[in-house]
Design a protein around this ligand. Sequence first.
Ligand code: NAP
Length: 538
Amino acid sequence: MNEHNGSPAAEVELDALVVGAGITGIYQLYRLREHGFTVKALEAGGGVGGTWYWNRYPGCRFDSESYSYGYFFSPELRDEWTWSEEFAGQPETERYLNFAVDRLGLRPYIEFDARVASAEFSEEQSRWLVTTTAGAVYRARFLITAVGLLSAPVFPAAPGLEEYRGESYHTALWPAAPVDFKGKRVAVVGTGSSGVQIIPFVARDASELTVFQRTANWCTPINNRPISSEKAERIRARFDELHELCLSTPAGFIHRPRDLAAFEVSDADRTAWFQRLYDEPGLTMVMNNFRDITTDAAANAAVTDFIRAKIRERVQDPAVAEMLIPDDHTYGMKRPPLENGYYEVFNQDNVELVSLREEPIERFTPTGLATTRREMDFDMIVLATGFEAATGSLTRMDIRGSGGRELGDHWEAGPRTHLGLQAAGFPNLFIVGGPQSTTGNIPRATEIQADLVTRLLTFMTEQGHSVVTTSREAEDTWIDIVADSVRGTVLENARSWAFGSNIDGKKRAYLLWSGGIPAYRERCEEAFADGFRGFVFG
Ligand code: NAP
């Protein structure tokens, strides 16, 4: 292996280059270093954290239980960190990731403000040549992307945003300096998880808030609370058990579906269960519900009716309540946002809800925006308009494999991967936390992949293989398996970022894997045990 002592300005030779120093990239960097590889991570941001570095908007917080999201592998991290809340806010999570990086001694191996401009595989050298926008060049045997599933922000296509003269922010590119909503006329565009989190903060301080909603969502209360010192000790004592629990549940959370179907209980018991989940913290409504709420139409309708009634109860103006009730999807078809006082915001006199279905935004103006019906002036426009999920961060990076083929071209009709880890024609490129791989509670999903990559690289080094790639046949097999994972569930017909439906002109393809963490892990283990089936070494 190569030892590296060069400065980033010179050409740097490495065994592996990790792109991204969020929760996944940090772990991948740690594991590879632990196994003796020379490795660096490039991070586009000025600090570690990925999602938790960029999304610093007020209200941003976990919807995974904090302790189920943190790293489980390191006794030091487990013993020396205590989460203050069940669902930690962005500042605490960013602090945690900085603590982890320093405690693990990883900071010297991360280059900050280092955005990848291009990554090209050289067949002659069997090396990836990676150039940053600052002109630094890295040469690495292996390129491992850990750039996040939701990290390529999307802006509205309506023209004129660059001419708007007021303050404007995208939730995923929120500035570090405080943003003051006090006394301002603020527009928020977008009512997904990010919009639902920021809107109560804007409503509290703004003189006027106008919420532009294209599609309503089924939101349920987060019911966040502090973690007492007694509970923190109990959690610490059960770390291994909690880790195993997360890895055994479909989405990597501490919650399991009930072992009961919705109509195996009486109407009264079913409603009582829904009410109990509505009052409990976190994503229990979707994770801890009857086992068939996303697979049986009647069960799905029952939970949807329950939440519809809650919206009507909480929003005083019946017309506004109807606008806030989704009419194009049922509960569980999309990842449901968790909220804290979201619906009550629409009872405030300073808040107006505008339906973009009735009056789409035509253009932004120097002083605000114009819908098809009217022009409105704002001091600030907040865009909570989401991401080009899964593929966006990768295809925006100019990754070129064999013969100079661009990853975006390879994925033109939708992502093609083997186990979500490799793409045919991109030797020695590994994708961790990208399309067609298991998701849910992100660190639990991606630690599995990072461990698999570490095993593969170790195996190759031991066996003297310099190159690994996959085949189109292996990709075709995985594409079918991924499509099967969503078939027969309510997710199948969703119009959501999980299918790329939020991006104009993007071909509809399922971007995730819905078979759950245990099944994903099993399939990968099977392939590895069967002589690394689907991988081609050279
Ligand atoms: P999102 O769910 O895609 O929501 C974006 C919102 O903006 C939607 O309401 C969308 O409407 C709207 N929108 C997009 N383009 C628009 C346009 N041109 N004009 C008007 N409206 C437009 O994005 P997100 O809220 O950032 O959340 C994405 C995912 O990130 C979540 O599903 C979740 O997985 C994750 N997340 C998690 C947390 C957490 O852990 N607590 C917090 C935030 C985000 P349509 O629905 O009609 O497209």
